[in-house]
Design a protein around this ligand. Structure first.
Ligand code: ADP
Ligand code: MG
Length: 328
């Protein structure tokens, strides 16, 4: 059988099933945004993400600086999704021989500018030549206090579901570039949406606020579409989750994009990927405390029952996500 019949989730399940020997220091291995390792009075967090030219990015739609920045941002987002703070990163990159030296300088500048705002430091990596495509694999380490960590698996029935920022902007920005829609919208709307795609902000500060104040029971970053990420919390926590599509936080810019191009903003918010916002569940008794922080977050649903594990549906009970949804 070929891997595209299985899909990404099932391949990871297969790999997971091969992990026969474990070590008591591994608090979380495969199955969360990052691995969590026992380290005395705190936990170490380690995560890796890979970006391949033609799959995750095209040099027609970004530049070396923003590619470097985003490659690190997606990894920092997984540290944020554990409530942690980043420490170090390693960068492995394969580059075709015709790559300009300036590309390398700009790529590393983009990473460094983002890294320094979050206190992360480059400590190594690997460089190899490639036939024709660029591939980037970054590993980030971080740390979090033991009583502050937030896993995907902590949601309980009755908890409320929240998301930060706006959803769907990044997918709209990508659509503008892919479908050749440049020039059809007001320049400030076009540049906002494209920026949301090529320069996502990892929500590390928000992750820390949730962690330090123990406001969230489960946490995930919205790297793929929202509904898939809700499903990941539901399946890890063995609960079902109801989402209110009408409550999706949609930016004014996505609203304009949607009305001018006659495409439903809600589809971008629910299914679009790469917003790198934080999705989290809040125990009802913590809601009043959360509100006091006046964070840019919005309530979008509720954890309902343990009966149908992993189910993600709207308020009328219609399914919003099924596992076979995304294939290779
Ligand atoms: P995220 O979207 O948060 O980056 P992924 O969906 O990429 O997470 O991965 C889900 C889980 O599966 C993570 O714990 C990740 O470390 C693990 N994983 C993904 N690919 C592999 C692989 N090839 N080998 C081992 N573990 C993997
Ligand atoms: Mg993640």
């Amino acid at each position: 059988m070929e891997i595209n019949k299985l899909g990404e989730g099932k391949i990871i399940d297969l790999i997971h099933s091969k992990v026969l020997i474990t070590n008591p220091k591994i608090v979380a291995g495969i199955g969360d945004d990052a691995a969590v390792i026992e380290a005395g009075d705190h936990y170490e967090i380690i995560t890796t993400d890979m970006l391949v030219e033609g799959v995750h990015f095209s040099m027609d739609f970004t530049d070396a600086y923003h590619l470097g920045r985003k490659s690190l941002a997606v990894n920092l987002s997984d540290i944020a999704a554990m409530g942690g703070e980043p420490l170090y990163y390693l960068v492995s990159i394969s580059l075709p021989g015709h790559t300009k030296v300036q590309f390398v300088e700009d790529f590393y500048q983009g990473m460094q500018d983002l890294a320094l705002t979050h206190g992360a430091h480059l400590i190594g990596g690997d460089t190899v030549g490639a036939e024709n495509k660029i591939a980037i694999a970054i590993t980030v380490t971080g740390q979090v206090k033991k009583d502050e960590i937030i896993f995907r698996r902590g949601a309980n029935p009755g908890d409320l579901v929240y998301v930060s920022g706006f959803l769907g902007d990044s997918a709209a920005g990508l659509k503008i570039m892919l479908a050749g829609l440049r020039g059809q919208l007001a320049p400030e709307i076009e540049s906002y949406l494209i920026k949301r795609h090529i320069a996502p902000e990892p929500r590390l500060e928000l992750g820390r606020i949730l962690a330090i104040n123990r406001l969230a029971s489960a946490l995930n970053d919205v790297s793929d579409g929202l509904v898939k990420k809700v499903w990941e919390i539901a399946i890890s926590s063995q609960v079902a989750i109801k989402i209110n599509p009408a409550a999706m936080p949609i930016s004014a810019q996505l609203g304009k994009f949607s009305s001018q191009l006659n495409v439903p903003a809600i589809d971008f918010a629910l299914q679009g990927g790469e917003d790198y916002e934080l999705l989290f569940t809040v125990p009802p008794e913590q809601e009043a405390r959360l509100a006091k922080y006046q964070l840019p977050v919005k309530k979008i649903g509720q954890v309902v029952a343990r009966a149908k594990q992993g189910e993600v549906c709207d308020l009328d009970g219609h399914a919003l996500y099924d596992e076979g949804f995304k294939h290779f």
